[in-house]
Design a protein around this ligand. Structure first.
Ligand code: URA
Length: 233
C-alpha cells in the first residue's frame, strides 16, 4: 500500500505540489470516487486511480538512461565521492542502482533501474551483451593494434579478451565494441597493445543507445518500447 500523493508522484502525474493541488481540487478518483485525502492508502496492484481524466497504471520498476559525466562514481552511496545516484536525487522509484559500472573518468550511457532481473540479464557474462565505446587514445591506432584488439588481447587475466569490433574514426579515435565487462577492460586492452586511453565514453549497451540530446549529467526515463526491446535482448 502506498499514499495517494506518493502514488501520483511515482507515476509522474506531476510534481509533489502539483499532485497535492490535483487531489485537493477533486481531480483524482480512486475506484470511481473522488478522493481528496492526500494520505489515502492505495493498493497499487488493484485500485483504479485516475488523475485529471488519465488512468495511471502501476509500474513497479523504473528505468533511467543517464549520460554519466566524468567525476562521479557508479555507486549508490559513497562516503567521499559524488555518485550517479546523487544526480538522480529527485526521481521516483525505490532501490534504484546503476547497471554495471563506468570508471569515474568515463562518460556516457549508464542505465539505472530497480529491476534486478533485467540488470542480471544485461550483466551476465554468458549473455555477451555488446557495449560500444567511443575511445580516444594517446597514440595513433595502428592496423596491428586494430588486428590484436579484434582477435582478442591478453590483458593479464586467465583468458584473453573476446574478439572486439573496431571502427576507426580518426588516427587516435575509434568506436570499440566489446561483449564482456571486465574491470577497466577498455583501458587494459589499449595498454596491452601499447597505447593509452585518454577519453572514454559509452555509446550503447545491448539495444540501448545513448540519447544524443542528453548533455553530460542529464537523464531521462526509458520509453516503454526501449524497455521492451532491452528485455527481449
Ligand atoms: N572499460 C574501461 O576501462 N572503463 C570503463 O569505464 C568502461 C569500460
Amino acid at each position: 500500500m502506498i499514499r495517494l500523493d506518493k502514488f501520483l508522484c511515482t507515476m509522474e502525474a506531476g510534481s509533489r505540489s502539483q499532485v497535492k493541488e490535483f487531489i485537493k481540487k477533486g481531480q483524482v478518483t480512486v475506484n470511481g470516487q473522488v478522493c481528496r485525502q492526500l494520505d489515502a492508502k492505495i493498493r497499487e496492484e488493484c485500485d483504479r486511480v485516475v488523475c485529471q481524466g488519465r488512468e495511471l497504471f502501476y509500474e513497479p520498476f523504473v528505468y533511467y538512461m543517464l549520460n554519466k559525466p566524468a567525476g562521479v562514481v557508479s555507486a549508490t552511496k559513497d562516503k567521499r565521492e559524488k555518485t550517479v545516484l546523487d544526480l538522480l536525487e529527485a526521481v521516483p522509484g525505490k532501490g534504484i542502482f546503476p547497471v554495471g559500472r563506468l570508471d569515474k573518468d568515463t562518460e556516457g550511457l549508464l542505465l539505472l533501474t530497480n529491476d534486478g532481473r533485467l540488470s542480471h540479464e544485461l550483466l551476465s557474462p554468458v549473455k555477451h551483451v555488446p557495449k560500444t565505446y567511443q575511445v580516444e587514445t594517446a597514440l595513433p591506432i595502428t592496423q596491428d593494434m586494430k588486428a590484436i584488439l579484434e582477435r582478442g588481447v591478453d590483458i593479464g587475466d586467465a583468458r584473453p579478451t573476446q574478439p572486439a569490433l573496431v571502427r576507426l574514426k580518426e588516427d587516435c579515435k575509434m568506436e570499440l565494441t566489446i561483449t564482456e565487462g571486465r574491470f577497466h577492460q577498455v583501458k587494459r586492452m589499449l595498454k596491452a597493445v601499447g597505447n593509452e586511453v585518454i577519453y572514454l565514453k559509452r555509446l550503447s549497451m545491448g539495444t540501448l543507445c545513448l540519447d544524443r540530446k542528453l548533455a553530460p549529467g542529464e537523464y531521462r526515463r526509458l520509453t516503454h518500447d526501449e524497455v521492451e526491446i532491452l528485455r527481449k535482448g
